[in-house]
Design a protein around this ligand. Structure first.
Ligand code: ZN
Length: 173
């Protein structure tokens, strides 16, 4: 139940942040830096990845040319099909990561535009996640330099800051 509340609270803070883009850009919107959260209830989890669009496609305006539209569509397709290569869960836990959605969220600041990738989905495991979670964002998105990772389950609440895909997030012993 605690986890369900956490997810709802998280959703609310995102909704609030989108309404108040200036406040958000002062804190959360840093090019090259993203946030990844994973929350488990039993063997089922959900994940959310947020990162400035600049770090994914090199620009943040709403694409209008066919070339820019293709860049955006290709990047979102990469997230939809390759996310499990970028967030590598411990093999022994037998997890399957799937993508529910991957969208660009646009925020007009008057004189300039910011946008973030917002992607989310589910993780279903055969046994509780235990071991090291590795990251390979730069395999597909070389400009993803820093990711603040949070992991939450009934037994574990932990996190790590992953820089240039180095290091791991260790869950359990
Ligand atoms: Zn930006």
């Amino acid at each position: 139940m605690r986890i369900a509340i956490w997810i709802v609270a998280c959703g609310l803070s995102v909704a609030w942040a989108q309404k108040d883009g200036e406040k958000r850009s002062a804190g959360a919107h840093e090019h090259g830096a993203g946030k990844l959260s994973m929350a488990f209830e039993g063997l089922k989890g959900s994940w959310e990845w947020e990162i400035p669009m600049e770090s994914i496609i090199g620009f943040e305006y709403q694409p209008s040319t066919p070339a820019d539209k293709k860049k955006l569509a290709d990047a979102l397709e990469t997230v939809r099909t390759r996310m499990a290569e970028m967030v590598v869960l411990p093999a022994a836990s037998g997890c399957a990561l799937t993508v529910g959605k991957a969208d660009g969220i646009y925020k007009d600041h008057g004189d300039h535009m910011h946008s973030d990738l917002n992607a989310s989905g589910t993780i279903v495991c055969r046994s509780a996640v235990q071991g090291e979670i590795r990251f390979a964002f730069q395999k597909h998105f070389p400009k993803v330099h820093k990711t603040t990772v949070q992991f939450l389950s009934e037994a574990v609440q932990t996190g790590a800051e992953i820089v240039d895909d180095r290091g791991t997030l260790r869950i359990g012993q």
